[in-house]
Design a protein around this ligand. Structure first.
Ligand code: NCD
Length: 280
């Protein structure tokens, strides 16, 4: 997939196939990269963004919406605010459903591109020490990525978050046989890890603005803090970032969020679409 994109080669492997992108929640990268991925492989798209329950407002169930786009397309990519929505969609669909984020639940395609990014740098997962920083309670990317990484090798995790935004017990219970340290501050462990994965405080999941304001600037990774980190590490973020990584870090060669990590989303989603449509 990298060769197709970077060699400006055209591919027709998904010609004649159509993907519906059914987005009930805001998205730039996931939406854009799925559309791009399908088109890079010669396929067509039905891009539906800002669904914001528009049809649901008329009373349509998710199941009926899925049945509709199943008639028009070959694969549906869905982002929806409810945990379990993608699974529900899959249960009522005859065509593949790809979860592009189900509320605070999971974000599996982000986990795949994050894994690909980490593997590209370190070649193997076993032995890596990884710090997840920020809103670990509501951030779905860290839920999926932590579960995926433990399947790939013996890792060690540092869960760095304010106390009220800790990784859910239910996720931790699934992370078997690995060492996990939960702490509030990044400073003390920043020199111990290979990967720093920063996440946004998920404002839209808070019940009040006041509760969000209390923690919104809890972490700010800046140039000064990065001086304490190892030379051979990578600094990741699924984006969008708000204030948790200062732009003065963007040019640091260890920062991959605006470069490799984002670009890998395109390659990985191309591969995933080709796979679910039976082409690789
Ligand atoms: C993430 C998401 O939507 O969960 N964004 C993304 O897909 N890259 C992270 C976030 O919104 O903070």
């Amino acid at each position: 997939m990298k060769k197709i994109v970077n060699g400006r080669k055209s591919s027709k492997i998904l010609q004649g196939r159509i993907m519906t992108a059914l987005f009930y929640e805001p998205s730039s990268r996931t939406f854009g990269s799925f559309i791009s991925a399908m088109q890079r492989l010669g396929g067509g798209v039905i891009p539906l963004q800002g669904m914001t329950y528009s049809s649901v407002a008329k009373g349509e169930t998710l199941e009926d919406t899925i049945r509709t786009f199943e008639s028009y397309s070959d694969v549906i990519v869905i982002r929806h605010p409810e945990v379990g929505s993608a699974k529900r969609a899959a249960l009522s669909s005859k065509i593949p459903i790809i979860n592009a984020g189900d509320g605070v639940g999971e974000h599996p395609t982000q986990a795949l591109l994050d894994l690909f990014t980490i593997l590209s740098k370190f070649k193997k997962i076993g032995g890596l020490k990884i710090a997840f920083v920020g809103d670990l309670l509501n951030g779905r990317t860290v839920h999926s990525l932590s579960k995926l990484l433990v399947k790939m090798g013996r890792v060690e995790f540092f869960f760095v978050s304010p106390k009220n935004l800790r990784m859910p017990e239910e996720i931790k219970n699934q992370l078997k046989n690995i060492k996990i340290t939960e702490i509030d501050k990044l400073d003390g462990i920043i020199n111990k890890v290979n990967v720093i994965y920063v996440t946004r405080i998920q404002k839209e999941r808070f019940s009040s603005l006041a509760a969000y304001e209390k923690v919104k600037n809890f972490y700010i990774v800046n140039k000064k803090l990065m001086e304490k980190a190892g030379k051979n590490i990578i600094l990741m973020h699924p984006l969008p970032r708000v204030s948790e990584i200062n732009p003065d870090v963007d040019d640091d060669p260890r920062a991959v969020y605006l470069t490799e990590q984002m670009r890998n989303g395109l390659y990985v989603r191309m591969a995933l679409l080709a796979a679910v449509l039976g082409k690789i």
